[in-house]
Design a protein around this ligand. Structure first.
Ligand code: PLP
Length: 355
């Protein structure tokens, strides 16, 4: 149990009046949670006014990328309450990410308490309009002041919040995706399964190239044979082929998404067959040529699901489901968002109210 000191701001910012123009991650709420780690323990948990951080230029995180993060949302229900979706999964994943890059882990109940306490203080920053949320960004960084490459002895855990708009203000639009054949995002044995900033640094170039060619994102192939599909942009990916949902299995180079896990459970509950296995780009394009690829979509907290309307592999281009959102994709979107915003009953025990 953390003893959290709370220092409220004396200069609260004006809350956005037009929630339709929120965008994503552009503005920040009034406070932040911080906790320090040194001498083998976490201490000084506090919620303080949102402010700049001040570090020595010799701080480890600037040089060696020892940083991990999480992303989750606080949702406002129709009756005005605020709730979280499976936050314990974020807590567990944060500890797994920390373990991978030798940052300190934290007691699960402490991290959950920190997230809830922060949301409680920032409750008025959870927007009200349809599809909006307070995006929560917990992150953890190594703060040792040395250029020597050693395991981290000092760290900070921080949570900030950003009121964010609906991902689909104009309705769900399918996106165009290009298979990336040069860069890889992660390799087995590497940090692909950890949510660390370094993975994003490594994937920026391919995303940029794809955008220049008119695509929204890349479809990543595995780092060993460059044959098997791993993820789409910073989302997990699923395909419905001949009535069966196929998604790449978690083999260390893929981020274990909470949306991915939730979709698999919901699909199985509904009696739809889900296969977690290797799927090659060749198999996917053969399914496209045979007319057997019924739907394709990405999954992640920000978008929930993002239907794929076009796939390109070199010079070959195919439209998926006439560039429309598929039945299964739409059902997953409606079911997940229904639970998250409290419009559907939570029969899975996934919702955690904040009070
Ligand atoms: C966060 C993330 C995802 C999606 O995870 P969710 O828990 O569903 O939000 C997928 N891939 C990458 C690379 C990610 O960083």
């Amino acid at each position: 149990m953390l003893n959290i000191r709370i220092e409220k701001t004396t200069a609260p910012k004006a809350k956005p009046t037009d929630e339709s123009k929120l965008g994503f991650g552009q503005i920040f709420s009034d406070h932040m949670f911080i906790m320090d780690y040194s001498d083998g323990e976490w201490h000084d948990a506090r919620i303080v006014p949102f402010q700049d951080l001040c570090y020595s230029p010799g701080t480890a995180v600037f040089h060696y990328g020892c940083e991990i993060f999480e992303g989750l949302k606080a949702y406002r229900t129709a009756d005005g309450n605020v709730q979280l979706f499976r936050p314990i999964e974020n807590v567990k994943r944060m500890n797994n990410s920390a373990e991978r890059i030798c940052l300190p882990q934290m007691a699960e109940e402490d991290m959950l308490q920190a997230i809830k306490a922060f949301v409680e203080v920032e409750k008025d920053w959870v927007p009200h309009a349809e599809g909006t949320s307070l995006y929560l960004r917990p992150f953890l960084l190594g703060t040792d002041e040395t250029l020597g490459v050693h395991t981290i002895k000092k760290a900070q855990f921080i949570i900030i919040g950003s009121p964010s708009g609906s991902y689909y203000p104009e309705g769900i639009n399918p996106v165009k995706i290009m298979i990336e054949t040069e860069d890889v995002r992660a390799v087995r044995g590497g940090t692909g399964y950890a949510k660390c900033g370094g993975n994003y640094a490594a994937s920026t170039r391919a995303g940029h190239k794809a955008e220049l060619k008119g695509y929204s994102q890349v479809l990543w192939l595995d780092g060993v044979e460059q044959k098997y599909i791993e993820e789409v942009g910073a989302m997990n990916v699923m395909f419905k082929i001949d009535g069966v949902v196929v998604t790449p299995q978690l083999i260390g180079s893929i981020l274990p998404g909470i949306t991915r896990k939730s979709c698999i459970e919901l699909l199985q509950d509904k009696g739809i067959k889900v296969e977690e296995r290797r799927i090659s780009a060749e198999e996917l394009f053969q399914a496209l040529r045979d007319g057997k690829l019924e739907e394709a979509w990405g999954t992640g907290t920000a978008a929930v699901v993002s239907p794929i309307g076009e796939l390109a592999f070199g010079d070959e281009k195919y439209t998926v489901n006439d560039f429309k959102i598929g039945e299964t994709t739409q059902w997953l979107y409606d079911t997940l968002t229904g639970m998250q915003w409290g419009k559907l009953p939570d029969n899975k025990g996934w919702i955690v109210p904040v009070e």
